[in-house]
Design a protein around this ligand. Sequence first.
Ligand code: ADP
Ligand code: MG
Ligand code: MG
Length: 213
Amino acid sequence: DSRTYAVQCVAALEAARQSLHAAESRLGDLDAVAGDGDHGRGMVRGIDAAATAGAAAGTRGAGAGSVLIAAGDAWADKAGGTSGVLWGAGLRALGESLGNQRTPGAEELAAGITAFAARITDLGKAGPGDKTMMDALLPFTESFTRLVQEGAEPRQAWASAGLEAVAAAEATAALRPLKGRARPLAEKSLGTPDPGATSLAMIFTVMGPFLAG
Ligand code: ADP
Ligand code: MG
Ligand code: MG
Protein backbone atom coordinates (compact mmCIF):
# COMPACT_ATOMS: atom_id res chain seq x y z
CA ASP A 1 0.00 0.00 0.00
CA SER A 2 2.75 2.49 0.91
CA ARG A 3 4.77 1.15 -2.04
CA THR A 4 1.83 1.86 -4.34
CA TYR A 5 1.80 5.49 -3.27
CA ALA A 6 5.55 5.80 -3.89
CA VAL A 7 4.89 4.58 -7.45
CA GLN A 8 2.13 7.20 -7.74
CA CYS A 9 4.61 9.90 -6.69
CA VAL A 10 7.09 8.77 -9.33
CA ALA A 11 4.29 8.90 -11.93
CA ALA A 12 3.28 12.38 -10.74
CA LEU A 13 6.84 13.62 -11.26
CA GLU A 14 6.90 12.07 -14.73
CA ALA A 15 3.61 13.79 -15.63
CA ALA A 16 5.03 17.12 -14.45
CA ARG A 17 8.17 16.47 -16.48
CA GLN A 18 6.21 15.94 -19.67
CA SER A 19 4.03 18.99 -19.22
CA LEU A 20 7.00 21.22 -18.36
CA HIS A 21 8.86 20.08 -21.46
CA ALA A 22 5.79 20.94 -23.53
CA ALA A 23 5.46 24.36 -21.85
CA GLU A 24 9.16 25.26 -21.73
CA SER A 25 9.18 27.96 -24.40
CA ARG A 26 5.86 29.48 -23.29
CA LEU A 27 7.15 29.80 -19.70
CA GLY A 28 10.36 31.34 -21.00
CA ASP A 29 8.39 33.87 -23.01
CA LEU A 30 6.34 34.83 -19.95
CA ASP A 31 9.53 35.30 -17.91
CA ALA A 32 11.16 37.36 -20.67
CA VAL A 33 8.51 40.09 -20.41
CA ALA A 34 9.84 41.49 -17.12
CA GLY A 35 12.28 38.82 -15.86
CA ASP A 36 15.32 37.11 -17.41
CA GLY A 37 13.53 34.60 -19.63
CA ASP A 38 14.91 31.46 -18.04
CA HIS A 39 11.85 30.12 -16.21
CA GLY A 40 11.06 27.42 -18.77
CA ARG A 41 14.67 26.23 -18.96
CA GLY A 42 15.09 26.29 -15.18
CA MET A 43 11.89 24.36 -14.52
CA VAL A 44 12.83 21.74 -17.13
CA ARG A 45 16.30 21.34 -15.61
CA GLY A 46 14.75 21.01 -12.17
CA ILE A 47 12.03 18.52 -13.05
CA ASP A 48 14.40 16.41 -15.17
CA ALA A 49 16.70 16.02 -12.16
CA ALA A 50 13.76 15.55 -9.79
CA ALA A 51 11.97 12.92 -11.87
CA THR A 52 15.19 10.99 -12.38
CA ALA A 53 16.12 11.08 -8.70
CA GLY A 54 12.58 10.22 -7.62
CA ALA A 55 12.40 7.26 -10.00
CA ALA A 56 15.80 6.01 -8.84
CA ALA A 57 14.69 6.19 -5.21
CA GLY A 58 11.48 4.38 -6.08
CA THR A 59 13.41 1.63 -7.85
CA ARG A 60 15.52 1.18 -4.72
CA GLY A 61 12.31 0.59 -2.76
CA ALA A 62 11.99 4.00 -1.10
CA GLY A 63 8.63 5.09 0.27
CA ALA A 64 6.67 8.05 -1.03
CA GLY A 65 8.16 10.57 1.38
CA SER A 66 11.70 9.52 0.49
CA VAL A 67 10.88 9.67 -3.23
CA LEU A 68 9.64 13.25 -2.87
CA ILE A 69 12.59 14.27 -0.69
CA ALA A 70 15.08 12.85 -3.21
CA ALA A 71 13.23 14.65 -5.99
CA GLY A 72 13.15 17.94 -4.12
CA ASP A 73 16.84 17.85 -3.26
CA ALA A 74 17.76 17.07 -6.88
CA TRP A 75 15.51 19.88 -8.09
CA ALA A 76 17.07 22.45 -5.75
CA ASP A 77 20.54 21.22 -6.67
CA LYS A 78 20.16 21.26 -10.45
CA ALA A 79 17.55 23.85 -11.46
CA GLY A 80 19.21 27.13 -10.57
CA GLY A 81 17.20 30.30 -10.09
CA THR A 82 14.69 31.37 -7.49
CA SER A 83 11.99 28.94 -8.55
CA GLY A 84 14.37 25.96 -8.33
CA VAL A 85 15.31 26.63 -4.72
CA LEU A 86 11.66 27.11 -3.77
CA TRP A 87 10.29 24.08 -5.64
CA GLY A 88 13.07 21.86 -4.26
CA ALA A 89 12.43 22.93 -0.69
CA GLY A 90 8.67 22.64 -1.13
CA LEU A 91 8.85 19.08 -2.45
CA ARG A 92 11.13 18.12 0.43
CA ALA A 93 8.61 19.56 2.89
CA LEU A 94 5.79 17.64 1.19
CA GLY A 95 7.80 14.42 1.43
CA GLU A 96 8.61 15.04 5.11
CA SER A 97 4.96 15.68 5.84
CA LEU A 98 3.56 12.66 3.96
CA GLY A 99 6.22 10.22 5.18
CA ASN A 100 6.76 6.65 4.03
CA GLN A 101 4.23 4.74 6.02
CA ARG A 102 0.99 4.75 4.11
CA THR A 103 -1.13 6.20 1.33
CA PRO A 104 -2.22 9.65 2.57
CA GLY A 105 -5.87 10.34 3.18
CA ALA A 106 -7.52 13.66 2.43
CA GLU A 107 -6.41 15.34 5.67
CA GLU A 108 -2.84 14.12 5.26
CA LEU A 109 -2.73 15.46 1.72
CA ALA A 110 -4.04 18.82 2.93
CA ALA A 111 -1.36 18.86 5.63
CA GLY A 112 1.28 17.99 3.03
CA ILE A 113 0.28 20.79 0.70
CA THR A 114 0.13 23.20 3.62
CA ALA A 115 3.69 22.16 4.54
CA PHE A 116 4.78 22.69 0.91
CA ALA A 117 3.32 26.21 0.94
CA ALA A 118 4.66 27.06 4.41
CA ARG A 119 8.22 26.07 3.46
CA ILE A 120 8.11 28.21 0.34
CA THR A 121 6.69 31.12 2.33
CA ASP A 122 9.48 30.76 4.90
CA LEU A 123 12.15 30.90 2.22
CA GLY A 124 10.66 33.34 -0.27
CA LYS A 125 8.69 35.57 2.07
CA ALA A 126 6.15 36.37 -0.63
CA GLY A 127 2.51 36.82 0.21
CA PRO A 128 -0.76 37.13 -1.68
CA GLY A 129 -0.68 39.76 -4.41
CA ASP A 130 3.12 39.92 -4.75
CA LYS A 131 2.78 38.31 -8.19
CA THR A 132 4.67 35.11 -7.53
CA MET A 133 3.91 31.41 -7.50
CA MET A 134 2.22 32.01 -4.14
CA ASP A 135 -0.69 33.61 -5.99
CA ALA A 136 -1.53 30.17 -7.42
CA LEU A 137 -0.30 28.08 -4.49
CA LEU A 138 -2.22 29.83 -1.71
CA PRO A 139 -5.62 29.62 -3.48
CA PHE A 140 -4.92 25.96 -4.26
CA THR A 141 -4.04 25.20 -0.65
CA GLU A 142 -7.04 27.08 0.74
CA SER A 143 -9.51 25.49 -1.68
CA PHE A 144 -8.19 21.98 -1.23
CA THR A 145 -8.23 22.27 2.56
CA ARG A 146 -11.73 23.76 2.64
CA LEU A 147 -13.19 21.19 0.24
CA VAL A 148 -11.65 18.33 2.21
CA GLN A 149 -13.07 19.77 5.45
CA GLU A 150 -16.46 19.87 3.74
CA GLY A 151 -16.09 16.16 3.01
CA ALA A 152 -15.02 16.12 -0.64
CA GLU A 153 -13.04 13.15 -1.94
CA PRO A 154 -9.34 14.01 -2.46
CA ARG A 155 -9.54 13.53 -6.23
CA GLN A 156 -12.51 15.89 -6.57
CA ALA A 157 -11.06 18.46 -4.15
CA TRP A 158 -7.74 18.42 -6.03
CA ALA A 159 -9.44 18.88 -9.41
CA SER A 160 -11.49 21.85 -8.16
CA ALA A 161 -8.52 23.44 -6.40
CA GLY A 162 -6.48 22.96 -9.58
CA LEU A 163 -9.03 24.88 -11.62
CA GLU A 164 -8.94 27.68 -9.04
CA ALA A 165 -5.15 27.75 -9.20
CA VAL A 166 -5.21 28.04 -13.00
CA ALA A 167 -7.70 30.93 -12.79
CA ALA A 168 -5.66 32.59 -10.04
CA ALA A 169 -2.47 32.27 -12.10
CA GLU A 170 -4.19 33.90 -15.08
CA ALA A 171 -5.48 36.67 -12.81
CA THR A 172 -1.90 37.61 -11.84
CA ALA A 173 -1.76 39.39 -15.20
CA ALA A 174 -3.46 42.32 -13.46
CA LEU A 175 -0.76 42.52 -10.74
CA ARG A 176 2.62 44.24 -10.50
CA PRO A 177 5.45 42.01 -9.19
CA LEU A 178 6.64 42.99 -5.70
CA LYS A 179 9.18 40.15 -5.28
CA GLY A 180 11.87 38.56 -7.40
CA ARG A 181 13.70 39.47 -10.56
CA ALA A 182 10.66 40.95 -12.31
CA ARG A 183 10.21 43.66 -9.68
CA PRO A 184 12.38 46.35 -11.32
CA LEU A 185 10.34 46.03 -14.52
CA ALA A 186 7.02 45.79 -12.71
CA GLU A 187 5.15 48.03 -15.14
CA LYS A 188 6.19 45.92 -18.13
CA SER A 189 4.80 42.87 -16.38
CA LEU A 190 1.28 44.32 -16.26
CA GLY A 191 -0.97 42.33 -18.57
CA THR A 192 1.20 39.19 -18.47
CA PRO A 193 0.64 36.39 -15.94
CA ASP A 194 3.43 35.48 -13.54
CA PRO A 195 5.53 32.64 -14.97
CA GLY A 196 5.99 30.89 -11.62
CA ALA A 197 2.27 31.00 -10.83
CA THR A 198 1.50 29.69 -14.32
CA SER A 199 3.89 26.73 -14.02
CA LEU A 200 2.74 25.91 -10.50
CA ALA A 201 -0.93 25.77 -11.50
CA MET A 202 -0.02 23.56 -14.44
CA ILE A 203 2.12 21.16 -12.40
CA PHE A 204 -0.42 20.82 -9.60
CA THR A 205 -3.12 20.14 -12.17
CA VAL A 206 -1.25 17.34 -13.92
CA MET A 207 -0.03 15.75 -10.66
CA GLY A 208 -3.52 15.52 -9.20
CA PRO A 209 -4.64 12.21 -10.68
CA PHE A 210 -1.49 10.57 -9.26
CA LEU A 211 -1.16 12.26 -5.86
CA ALA A 212 -4.89 12.41 -5.08
CA GLY A 213 -6.11 9.55 -7.23
P1 ADP B 1 14.75 33.64 -11.54
O1 ADP B 1 13.78 34.74 -11.23
O2 ADP B 1 15.79 33.48 -10.50
O3 ADP B 1 15.28 33.74 -12.94
P2 ADP B 1 12.75 31.75 -12.41
O4 ADP B 1 12.65 32.57 -13.62
O5 ADP B 1 12.91 30.27 -12.61
O6 ADP B 1 13.89 32.25 -11.45
O7 ADP B 1 11.43 31.91 -11.51
C1 ADP B 1 10.74 33.12 -11.48
C2 ADP B 1 9.49 32.91 -10.64
O8 ADP B 1 9.85 32.67 -9.29
C3 ADP B 1 8.60 34.11 -10.61
O9 ADP B 1 7.72 34.13 -11.70
C4 ADP B 1 7.83 33.92 -9.29
O10 ADP B 1 6.66 33.13 -9.47
C5 ADP B 1 8.79 33.11 -8.46
N1 ADP B 1 9.35 33.90 -7.37
C6 ADP B 1 10.27 34.88 -7.45
N2 ADP B 1 10.54 35.35 -6.22
C7 ADP B 1 9.76 34.66 -5.35
C8 ADP B 1 9.58 34.69 -3.93
N3 ADP B 1 10.27 35.50 -3.14
N4 ADP B 1 8.66 33.82 -3.39
C9 ADP B 1 7.97 32.97 -4.18
N5 ADP B 1 8.12 32.91 -5.51
C10 ADP B 1 9.00 33.73 -6.09
MG1 MG C 1 13.85 33.89 -14.54
MG1 MG D 1 17.24 33.48 -13.66
